[in-house]
Design a protein around this ligand. Structure first.
Ligand SMILES: *Cc1c(COP(=O)(O)O)cnc(C)c1O
Length: 481
């Protein structure tokens, strides 16, 4: 064996052992971080050596130095933000992706990666109920999927007015506006900034009790836009971050299209409802939109980084992104990802998606969605039934909200807010479960989000149990004081 082969063998075997120790410890170890920022810095900020180290030593020390600073988000007791884990086949494919180290920009430099993406894209459209003729891109996440879709929108809307945005840019162009609801995700704002549209062009429309854009206000805004012959994007939600709200696509999509607007759907996790007969009604009418963005690294449980962009009009998509250069070898018959993606050189991220979808099958995706939603509901109802807790939102999908009340008779909303943050923090120190806080309709709340394939009833029971003891202890404390 050559020296380099031996280095791989020793290093990767050590890595496999460390990976298994980590994965098998997820059910037992604390789910939150157990070391603070100064400790991590002290351990990791070593002087960069003049000479290098043996690779196995680098890995050994890395594993040791990050200990306690790796959240258990790959495990079943992590309910913070919207974060999934990794399915075994997806993780393995991701390891191989790094091993093969393909540059998946073009078919010419990564033939199998190009075909895998072609196949995965078709499977995804099928599962998510999107038009078969839609084009797609596998991006780093939903953030860049928004950039991709909105670049296609910008291209198409301005081309209709005789403006070539790729050549001329936006200065002097017709003014493009985005109509959306105040409940949108911040990644929309960043996409709008990156594309030079500018945040001022985003018009916030009110949302109703269910978190849906209000039809009459939208209609008025569309009418106003039409009067000025202004190119317009209507940006809708399939699952907002706090309550998983869905816009009323059946009503809104035809209305927006009647006015000539481009309809984009943010379905980072919510688009996956389509895979389940119990939840797909939430997306009724969404297939009529112009573009859709979603994630693989959240609910599909592929490792970070993986998002998907879909565009109903492939020419708009290609017009915004494709690139030709004399030194690039293009294949007429094959998929060249550079024509659809914002990146140039890129990871072969289709492998993990392909593997995840094959491990689950359509039925497996359906079960994953339904199981997560059932656990989310059960968590919210059980936690909400504890003394001192209050349910704010029962999950429609896999997102719910609970808050914790200050039991003093004179307690104000500010006291309840403080109490809610205190309980979330106290739970994290137990290491039993992890939830994050949010401010929703002016009140602090604990977000309950379930999207990990590993989450089971035991995980739910442990989270409820840990919260129950925190609430009890705190009551005792306040009686004593
Ligand atoms: C997570 C999320 C995003 C951003 O997706 P990334 O994959 O983090 O880039 C956008 N919209 C919603 C609703 C999300 O939950």
């Amino acid at each position: 064996m050559s020296e380099s082969e031996n280095h791989f063998r020793v290093t990767l075997q050590l890595t496999l052992t460390s990976a298994l120790t980590f994965l098998e410890g997820l059910d037992h170890n604390p789910v939150g971080a157990t070391v603070d920022l100064p400790t991590l810095r002290r351990r990791l900020a070593k002087p960069l050596g003049i000479t290098g180290l043996a690779p196995e030593r680098v890995v050994e020390e890395l594993v040791r130095d990050v200990e306690g600073g790796i959240l258990g988000s790959a495990g079943g007791r992590f309910f913070g933000w919207v974060i999934g884990g990794s399915l075994p086949a997806a993780l393995a494919a991701d390891w191989l992706t790094a091993t093969w180290d393909q540059n998946a920009a073009l078919h010419a430099c990564a033939p199998a990666a190009a075909v895998v993406e072609e196949v995965a894209g078709a499977w995804l459209k099928d599962l998510l109920g999107l038009p078969q003729h839609a084009s797609f891109a596998l991006t780093t996440g939903c953030q860049m999927a928004h950039v991709t879709c909105l670049a296609a929108a910008r291209h198409a809307l301005l081309a209709r007015q005789g403006w070539d945005v790729e050549e001329k840019g936006l200065s002097g162009s017709p003014r493009l506006r985005i109509l959306t609801s105040s409940e949108r995700h911040g990644s929309i704002d960043r996409a709008v900034r990156l594309l030079g549209i500018g945040r001022e062009q985003v018009i916030d429309l009110p949302a109703d009790e269910q978190g849906r854009i209000v039809l009459t206000t939208l209609k008025a805004a569309l009418g106003e836009q039409a009067k000025q012959a202004a190119p317009t994007i209507v940006l809708l939600q399939a699952g907002d971050i706090n309550i998983g709200a869905y816009d009323d696509f059946e009503q809104v999509v035809p209305l927006a299209r009647h006015y000539g607007a481009w309809v984009h759907v943010d379905g980072a996790f919510g688009l996956w409802a389509k895979a389940s007969p119990s939840f797909r009604h939430l997306l009724r009418g969404a297939e009529g939109a112009d573009s859709w963005a979603t994630d693989g690294h959240k609910w599909l449980n592929v490792p970070y980084d993986c998002g998907y962009a879909f565009v109903a009009d492939p020419e708009a998509h290609r017009g915004a992104l494709s690139h030709r250069a004399p030194y690039i070898t293009h294949d007429q018959n094959a998929r060249d990802q550079i024509d659809w993606n914002p990146e140039w050189s890129r990871r072969g991220r289709g492998f993990a998606t392909y593997a995840a979808l094959r491990q689950l099958g359509a039925k497996g995706v359906e079960e994953l969605i339904e199981r997560s939603c059932a656990h989310a509901r059960s968590l919210v109802l059980q936690v909400g039934a504890l003394p001192g807790a209050e349910v704010l939102w029962i999950p429609v999908l896999n997102q719910g909200l609970v808050r914790f009340l200050d039991t003093a008779a004179s307690a104000t909303e500010t006291d309840h807010d403080r109490r809610t943050d205190e309980v979330i923090a106290a739970l994290q120190t137990t290491g039993e479960a992890f939830f994050a806080g949010t401010t929703w309709r002016g009140r602090r709340a604990m977000r309950v989000s379930v999207c990990n394939w590993r989450t089971n009833e035991t995980d739910v029971a442990r989270a409820v149990g840990a919260l129950e003891s925190i609430l009890k202890t705190h009551v005792v404390c306040s009686i004593n004081s």
